[in-house]
Design a protein around this ligand. Structure first.
Ligand code: NAP
Length: 481
């Protein structure tokens, strides 16, 4: 492939390490099925090598001034922006999302380096009023140490950026294990690390067995923190494993986002918000609307207008101009979508647009809208992770809140109303880490991203996003009499 960021080797201790005859993982383009390359299937040994490299780099990296770390982050930001087009192309090729979304993701990822680069200068400590006349109390903040990250395929650049930018700003070296379906956007960070002259060992990318990587980073005492974005079942296993060694963890897990439209909403705005919220990345996002709850007075009109716009979405290879929805990541993704539609229609839901595999074949699926969906259907409790919008009906505000909170997840939620009092009531009543009023897109590097309940622990982005990478040290200065 003609792309300066395309590497098929791992980046460990500032060097490119190939499989050298060992096992590899082939990576395909989900739009064409074509194999675009292969990366090493590394395991415990190579993970341990990366941990050693990061461990050696730690004292040197933490000793950099805040200004120096900030400047490195600024350079990574600039490199991502300067090469946005090439990085976007690589992302689309391995993941399938439309090029415009891929470029947008690169810019979003870059913003994390800008934001955390600025925050690196503001990792303030404290002086606490002492209860003793002869003693003083101070609080300082220190980097936690070597960080290991595991990330999913749906945002291959942004999920790494959120973690890496915060770690580097705080003074922590990092080892990244990307999803095996999308390793190239991760390996591109190795090229960027070289470009900006990051000291060796500060940023490492290891591809291969997730299980072996996880076992090594949990057991290896040099790793002080594990940060994970992915599914809730894997997050739970990882957190349990990390708990055996009392490792700090951050968990960005699955969601089951409600998108509530009240009778008094601006309907055009709600329809447009629902489209972007549901169909961005072909519905393969943890914050995308999984359940659209519409009040009875506007249910039919909403369904009609929404389905008309959904039917007009252009499906195709993300590299082609004007495409708004790419393929799903793989056959398993399509099978889950089909299972949810089959279960819902068997229990009485109606397909009002889409509903089947797209004529383009492969893992392309028609953008779909289902109406008359109820809580008895699988789609109401399970994350679909595909381009299917189920429309539920409710009568009262209390009913909407009860339905919205009736899930073990608590990541993102959305609602549309023009009533100010209702806006406050609903915002406070939704049991979610993030609530958007009259907007269908919620993420920005300056706000805290994260969930409650089984959607995870910790926050990424914002001033709170550094906390997970920092240890608080209490210092007592005595003998001052
Ligand atoms: P996944 O199966 O949990 O995989 C995510 C990552 O975990 C991949 O790197 C995977 O590696 C690795 N992994 C798999 N099995 C593992 C194990 N036993 N131990 C340690 N690591 C393991 O999730 P996915 O299907 O790729 O991603 C979709 C999920 O991520 C959805 O549930 C979505 O909601 C969630 N997500 C959450 C957020 C958020 O911020 N809350 C953001 C994006 C996505 P391999 O690829 O090598 O198997």
């Amino acid at each position: 492939m003609e792309n300066a960021f395309f590497r098929q080797d791992c980046f460990i201790n500032g060097a490119w390490i190939g499989a050298s005859g060992g096992d590899t993982i082939a990576v395909n383009n989900p739009a064409t099925g074509e194999i675009i390359g292969a990366v090493p299937r590394f395991g415990r040994l190579e993970t341990a090598q990366a941990v050693d490299a990061a461990s050696t780099a730690f004292p040197l990296w933490r000793a950099k001034t805040a200004d120096e770390r900030s400047e490195y982050c600024g350079k990574v930001y600039q490199a991502l922006m300067d090469h946005q087009a090439k990085l976007g192309e690589l992302l689309t090729m391995e993941m399938g999302k439309p090029l415009a979304e891929a470029r947008g993701e690169v810019a979003y990822a870059a913003q994390f380096f800008k934001w955390f680069g600025e925050e690196a200068r503001r990792i303030y400590g404290d002086v606490i009023p002492s209860p003793w006349a002869d003693k003083r109390i101070i609080v300082t903040k220190e980097p936690v140490g070597v960080v290991a990250s595991i990330t999913p395929w749906n945002f291959p650049t942004a999920m790494i950026a959120r973690k890496t930018a915060a770690a580097l700003a705080a003074g922590c070296p990092i080892i990244c294990k990307p999803a095996s379906q999308t390793p190239f956007s991760a390996l591109a960070f190795g090229v960027i690390a070289e470009m900006v002259g990051l000291p060796k060992g500060v940023l490492n990318v290891v591809t291969g067995s997730a299980q072996e990587f996880a076992d090594e980073v949990c057991k290896n005492p040099a790793v002080r923190k594990i940060t994970f974005t992915g599914s809730t079942p894997v997050g739970k296993m990882l957190a349990a494993n990390a708990a055996k060694y009392m490792k700090r963890v951050s968990m960005e897990l699955g969601g089951n986002a409600p998108f509530i439209v009240f009778d008094d909403a601006d309907l055009d705005r709600a329809v447009d918000g629902a489209i972007i919220c549901k169909y961005r990345n072909s519905g393969q996002t943890c914050v995308c609307a999984n359940r659209i709850l519409v009040q009875s007075g506007i249910y039919d009109e909403f369904a009609e207008r929404f389905a008309a716009k959904v039917a007009a979405l252009k499906v195709g290879n993300g590299l082609e101009g004007g495409v708004e929805q790419g393929p799903l990541i793989d056959e398993a993704g399509v099978a889950k979508v089909e299972e949810h539609i089959g279960d819902a229609t068997a229990k009485g839901a109606q397909i009002i647009t889409g509903g089947k595999r797209h004529e383009k074949g492969g893992s392309f699926f028609e953008p779909t809208v289902l109406r008359d969906v109820t809580a008895a259907m699988k789609i109401s409790s399970d994350e679909t992770f595909g381009p299917v919008a189920p429309l539920f009906k409710f009568d009262t505000e209390e009913e909407a809140i009860r339905m919205a909170n009736d899930t073990e997840y608590g990541l993102a939620s959305y609602f549309y109303t023009k009533d100010l009092a209702r806006a406050w009531r609903v915002m406070e009543a939704l049991e979610y880490g993030m609530v958007a009023l009259n907007e269908g897109i919620i993420s920005t590097p300056v706000a805290p991203f994260g969930g409650v309940k089984e959607s995870g622990l910790g926050r990424e982005g914002s001033k709170y996003g550094l906390d997970d990478y920092i240890n608080i040290k209490y210092g007592l200065f005595g003998g001052l009499e």
